[in-house]
Design a protein around this ligand. Structure first.
Ligand code: GDG
Length: 464
């Protein structure tokens, strides 16, 4: 089988044998590379004074980990600039938060070109290259320009925006043209795929043919939806194992029989944290019987803290969490436990298992793995209820959840009351359908579907 070369902004830390601390995606990618041999290529996470002239390579077994450092300028323009202050907000429908400059866009292209040139010497004929996410949309085009003839696949982890939003991006056409260099383009959901197809037809004057075939910019490619998932069995196992851990015991004891609502999100404006807290406030205000009887545990590890939009949002979240506690707390009860830090994966899965309600209310999310993890972590005999935003990609699959509109604060508050009072038979019925689906559509199934399609896709460079 051909080697797999994975490219992503961050490369999973090299751990011989694995410690179980890695995220699911890292394990899935490593699994595929272990079978076929491979290279994982990306940014080291370090900023340095000068560009790396070549990648630093560490070999373990059949996998090589190859990383590059970035200069501070590259980091500012490519990473915090174009990727996270233009593409991230725009692709999450937050046009109001985009901060476009030609300088940052040039930096984004410069880093993509640099990554392509440093990757090229590591490639072998017949390698299959799988590029991840919005940081690297033009990478494939730069690889082709530099003479790479390998098969190229791309998966977008975040939503694809509607045409009219994308059209606000100066040079949007060049970005989509570059994307069409890949032999396979994967999106999270059919909504994203359809938005992409609409752009191809209406803005690029291209054609959408049967079987996901796209003709545009004088090229042919394939575009399909591959909803990402979790390692369902692993999450269920971690959660079971964590059930009697000291942390789970402490959490259980501290609740003293109160019901627990849990949210777990990177501190990001796409996750709808302020709206969520307001909805919880509505629950406490509108349903006084829940006062003193329920706790909201919001875990929110900091993210992209050097961007002002993130700093502002953090202040808002802290203000409203403080306000709710000030308004409703008793001397022996705080309604909100807001934790601005991360936890070990197993601890987290243990907390999800203890929760009566999983509250996942992003304003827009490519998929949202926490929603799936919540389902996988539940005890089958007494599962909790998932309250899920219709704007998370996961809502298309998890139809046993109580689906909410996160902008409808009162509606989410009312749904919380319904979730907290749902009887066991309904909870089980809803959970079983979702768990069964996640058992079939797990992370390995996602990876294999993408790889099978990529292996079978015609390679434009080979045909040329
Ligand atoms: C992007 C897209 C898409 C969270 N806190 C801790 C922790 N986590 C883990 C969760 C989950 C992961 O991080 C977050 O994944 P999400 O899918 O929820 O969200 P993004 O980070 O925005 O991911 C998203 C995803 O890519 C995959 O394609 O679903 O739509 O935005 O696994 O459990 N893990 C640990 N400690 C924490 O405190 N260990």
């Amino acid at each position: 089988m051909n080697r797999l070369v994975v490219v992503s902004n961050r490369v999973a830390p090299v751990r011989r044998g694995g410690t179980g601390a890695e995220g699911g995606l890292a394990v899935a990618m490593q699994g595929a590379m272990k079978d076929r041999g491979g290279v994982w290529f990306g940014w080291s996470g370090n900023t340095v004074a000068h560009d790396s002239s070549q990648a630093k390579v560490i070999e373990t077994g059949r996998i090589s980990y190859a990383t590059l450092d970035l200069t501070q300028r590259d980091y500012n323009e490519y990473y915090t600039g174009f990727a996270n202050s233009v593409l991230w907000p725009l692709f999450h429908y937050r046009l109001d938060l985009t901060d476009f400059s030609r300088r940052d866009m040039a930096g984004y292209h410069r880093v993509n070109a640099m990554f392509a040139s440093r990757l090229l010497p590591l490639l072998k004929d017949g390698d299959v290259i799988w590029v991840h996410d919005y940081h690297f949309i033009p990478l494939g085009a730069y690889l082709r320009q530099a003479g790479s003839r390998q098969k190229l696949g791309f998966f977008l982890h975040i939503p694809w925006p509607p045409m009219e939003l994308l059209a606000t991006l100066p040079n949007h056409e060049a970005l989509v043209r570059d994307l069409c260099t890949y032999d396979l383009i994967g999106f999270q959901t059919r909504t994203d795929l359809h938005a992409f197809e609409a752009y191809i037809r209406e803005e690029a004057g291209g054609e959408v043919l049967s079987g996901g075939r796209i003709k545009a910019f004088g090229r042919s490619t394939l575009a399909k939806a591959f909803p990402i998932s979790i390692d369902t069995e692993e999450v269920a196992k971690l959660a079971r194992r964590a059930e009697h851990s000291p942390q789970s015991r402490r959490l259980r004891e501290s609740l003293s029989d109160r019901q627990l609502i849990t949210g777990v999100d990177r501190l990001d404006y796409t996750k709808g944290l302020t709206e969520r807290l307001e909805a919880y406030q509505h629950l406490l205000a509108g349903y006084p019987a829940y006062r003193g009887q329920v706790t909201l545990l919001q875990i929110a590890p900091p993210s992209r803290g050097d961007l002002s939009d993130y700093q502002q949002m953090r202040q808002q979240v802290e203000a409203i969490a403080g306000h709710i506690n000030g308004r409703f707390a008793e001397f022996d009860w705080s309604p909100v436990r807001y934790l601005n830090r991360g936890f070990k994966r197993q601890t987290l899965m243990g907390f999800l298992r203890l929760s009566d309600v999983g509250l996942v209310t992003p304003l827009r999310d490519g998929m949202n793995l926490v929603a799936k993890e919540f389902v996988a972590a539940q005890p089958p005999e007494d599962p909790g209820v998932l309250v899920l935003s219709r704007f998370a990609g996961a809502a298309r699959e998890l139809d046993g959840a109580l689906i909410v509109n996160p902008y409808d604060i009162e509606g989410v508050g009312d749904t919380l009351a319904r979730a907290l009072s749902m009887a066991l038979p309904e909870r089980r019925e809803r959970w079983e359908a979702m768990f069964e689906r996640l058992s079939r559509h797990d992370l390995a199934a996602w990876r294999n579907a993408f790889m099978t399609n990529l292996d079978a896709a015609p390679c434009a460079a080979a045909a040329a």
